[in-house]
Design a protein around this ligand. Structure first.
Ligand SMILES: [Zn+2]
Length: 457
């Protein structure tokens, strides 16, 4: 504050406040910064795509003047959630075939249904539904692997979400490629089209070691290296995969992929359920990001990933939902809660994966698994403005002693009020502005009729 004399009158002159595009103010801020600082109340100042300040509301409003202000009174402000593994268009198979083992489910239902329905239009319609669900439930970044990934990228970019999107390579003929070679060409064109996009990070996604031969796995890794993009794969999801690797190569899946030089710090491995202690050391040494998908693993009875061992070893671990067909929702709050519960159940230790750890996995941990922790995953100056606000006023949320406990054990995706990605408000007071919600749902319902018609009789 400055004292000035104007026409003989002493006045208080405010120093110039810096203009910013957006201030989110009120409530409690869970920063997820290195000290896990919590501010009650707090505010975040945003200019363009970037966080320029985080602090007490009075400090922020003294320093900045905002074009737009989001008031989050009685809400928790936290970093947007990072879903490290999904197959966005598979929301169209939600509830189509439940209560089956992975191989039955894939071979009798999902692969045949995909063979008859997957097209650019299917992928577009499904992705719009998936990104709508993610915006409504507080996910701001997601990692994906599917077919026609360029359609996923376009729909994601339009919706305003951030995506690490991998074009799938698989040995069997699929809708967008008859062979892995064709898939790799498709992936390369996709990478060229989207590399450098502010929201989309294109990637290569060899499906798994059990659905690809060694040459295709090596070629996929080489393509990712050549363009310096992420490499996404399913890893050691079921015990059968380990048996298969043992029979074919006399190695674990992790060791086999190590033997062909597959791993790099840009790899993201989904599931990692059936891994040995040596496997964990390889994943740590190679700085592989691992995506833990507790709900999918439980629903398909695949097993439980050794989360406490991964954490003790310092592996970059994030959380994922997997595709909605094996979950059946893309709600990362559910993933957090189930990650905590499952770890406690299997270790018979209630201190395993406490609430703060579950929240870490869904935010900064996921960002690290995707190699994006310098950009997203916490509310810190210089990071991208990806944040959400969550209501705390429902009966279910009362009383509120510990906001981190509430986020993991009580909050649901529909408690999210506001979703902001790259500084853009995609949802405010539950109104999504970047997508036409009614049209997205109507289109998905129309497409569902075709899905049912395409099922093997
Ligand atoms: Zn998956």
């Amino acid at each position: 504050m400055l004292l000035a004399v104007l026409n003989g009158v002493v006045v208080l002159a405010q120093p110039g406040r810096r203009q910013v595009s957006l201030i989110v103010v009120g409530g409690t801020i869970i920063t997820q910064n290195p000290t896990r600082q919590i501010l009650t109340p707090g505010a975040v100042a945003i200019t363009g795509a970037d966080i320029v300040d985080v602090g007490r509301p009075e400090t922020i409003t003294t320093r900045y003047r905002a074009t737009e202000t989001v008031s989050a009174k009685d809400e928790i402000i936290l970093p947007g959630l990072v879903n490290t593994h999904t197959h966005a268009p598979m929301v169209m198979f939600r509830g189509l075939a439940d209560d089956l083992a992975l191989m039955d489910w894939l071979q009798k239902y999902i692969f045949p249904a995909e063979a008859r329905t997957v097209s650019p239009d299917f992928v577009r319609t499904g992705t719009r539904l998936a990104v709508l669900e993610m915006i409504e439930s507080g996910t701001t970044t997601y990692a994906d692997m599917y077919y026609f990934e360029e359609e996923i990228a376009k729909a994601t970019r339009e919706s305003g979400l951030r995506g690490v999107l991998g074009e799938t390579i698989i040995q069997l003929p699929v809708a967008d490629a008859r062979t892995p070679e064709e898939g790799l060409r498709h992936a390369e064109a996709f990478i060229k089209a989207f590399k450098g996009d502010p929201l989309i990070e294109p990637a290569v996604a060899p499906h798994s070691m059990y659905t690809l031969d060694g040459a295709a796995l090596v070629a996929s890794a080489a393509l990712a290296r050549r363009y310096d993009v992420p490499l996404i794969i399913h890893l050691a999801e079921t015990e059968d995969e380990v048996k298969d690797a043992s029979k074919r190569y006399a190695m674990t899946p992790v060791a086999y992929l190590e033997s062909i030089g597959f791993w790099s710090p840009r790899t993201i491995a989904a599931h990692g359920v059936w891994v040995s202690d040596d496997d964990i050391q390889i994943l740590k040494r190679r700085q592989v990001g691992v995506s833990h998908n507790p709900e999918s693993n439980m629903k398909l009875a695949s097993g439980s990933a050794p989360v406490t061992k991964y954490l003790a070893a310092g592996v970059a671990l994030g959380l994922g939902t997997d595709g909605a067909a094996s979950n059946n929702a893309l709600d990362m709050f559910g993933a957090m809660r189930q990650a905590a519960f499952l770890a406690k159940l299997v270790t018979r230790d209630p201190t395993a994966v406490p609430a703060q750890t579950a929240l870490d996995l869904a935010t900064i941990g996921g960002a690290r698994a995707l190699g994006m922790d310098r950009m997203i995953g916490s509310l810190e100056i210089g990071k991208k403005a990806d944040l959400i606000t969550v209501s705390t006023t429902a009966a279910r949320e009362t009383p509120l002693y510990d906001p981190v406990s509430h986020l993991v054990y009580v909050t649901r995706g529909d408690d999210v009020r506001t979703t902001i990605v790259n500084g853009r408000v995609l949802m405010r007071d539950r109104h999504v502005s970047s997508l036409n919600r009614v049209a997205v749902i109507a289109d998905a319902k129309r497409l569902a009729v075709k899905v049912v018609e395409a099922l093997p009789k």
